[in-house]
Design a protein around this ligand. Sequence first.
Ligand code: CAA
Length: 398
Amino acid sequence: MSGDLSVGIHDLSFSTTQFVLTHQTLAAHNGTDVGKYHAGIGQRAMSVPAADEDIVTMAAAAAAPIVARHGADRIRTIVFATETSVDQAKAAGIHVHSLLGMPSATRVVELKQACYGGTAALQFAVGLIHRDPSQQVLVIAADVSKYELDNPGEATQGAAAVAMLVGADPALVRIEEPSGVFTADIMDFWRPNYRATALVDGRESITAYLQAVQGAWKDYTEQGGRALGEFSAFCYHQPFTKMAYKAHRHLLQVCGQEIDEERIAREIGLTTSYNAEIGNSYTAAVYLGLAALLDQADDLTGRAVGFLSYGSGSVAEFFGGTVVPGYRERLRSESHRAAISRRQPITYARYRELHEHAFPVDGGHHPVPTETTGPYRLAALSGHKRIYEPRQSGLAHR
Ligand code: CAA
């Protein structure tokens, strides 16, 4: 790779859903002490998609402001990472490409490895930019996390899309070499093609995540990575925000360091605020952590941030990034906060209806009533095709 070339995240924007179910409402329904949700797993609320929202509408809403600000001329690749794909063959990114009116001279592809896919997309994008620094890559990570009703995983559902523009001389975060990677063949969380909801062995998944943290960190140090103390903050994959605390404690232990709760809160506390309100967004979760950190931290210029991405099954990667001077002028903090606060709270009964909603599979014409107030919507399922449309024009912010 070209030695001095700086490559990384040039812009970052996220979107989430029309509706929100609070954990207070869930707890009142199932009789759980809400303290288990708020303090035990660190979750306050979960984003719930309307029937006319999915990974494509969220992804288009996340990416539109990026294309509005930078144009699409240099974006020759879109890599869309998801584990809640809408088609077995066609890449969801092609719908986004179409909704955003991007040039035909673009390659579009979809990637999958559970919640790790967004990081694979980012790393592949970095490689493409090293090959031709004049190009940019649009990386999208979007997911709807869905477990069976009344399953322990139900409280960790959520939905969001993060769009990142990756290029040379990035304005936000320079992605560093090396990376530490780890793979283990386990069945801690998975979703067979015939199921709409994920299967999980909750306790095993936590153990598998912690083992992966250890394995990825070991490889990172063997590849000549930074010492732990050089990082100012850490963005972990957050299936629920308390998992980031478990993971960081484990990493400190592995490195033979004292478990100092003040240090842990200082190093990861700010990364959890968006995920606590949105819930698990699988591929997007680690980058919602980055958004929350950049949007809220006092000046991080020149500081190193550690990233730990975990995808069940399992693959993990640890890598570092450096925050670039001037980054604060490029942030989208206001629209990020608005994406969370604009959601409409729903009752448990309405949530249950949305959870159980499934389209007929007869190939007929099935229009979807307008519910979302976001910029893009799923208008119909017709002849087995998903038909997307802009809800109204001119909503993209620069
Ligand atoms: N007040 C405060 N805390 C309370 C409490 C109360 N009233 N009641 C319970 N708690 C605490 C518990 O002590 C426990 O804390 P620790 O983890 O520190 O021990 C915590 O709340 C959770 O309680 P339980 O373990 O009893 O909860 P549970 O059995 O209902 O399930 C879960 C928890 C396993 C995480 C479940 O939500 C689940 O299966 N989630 C989906 C799987 C998952 O997210 N796995 C994470 C790793 S895999 C991954 O990261 C990939 C991915 O995205 C899926």
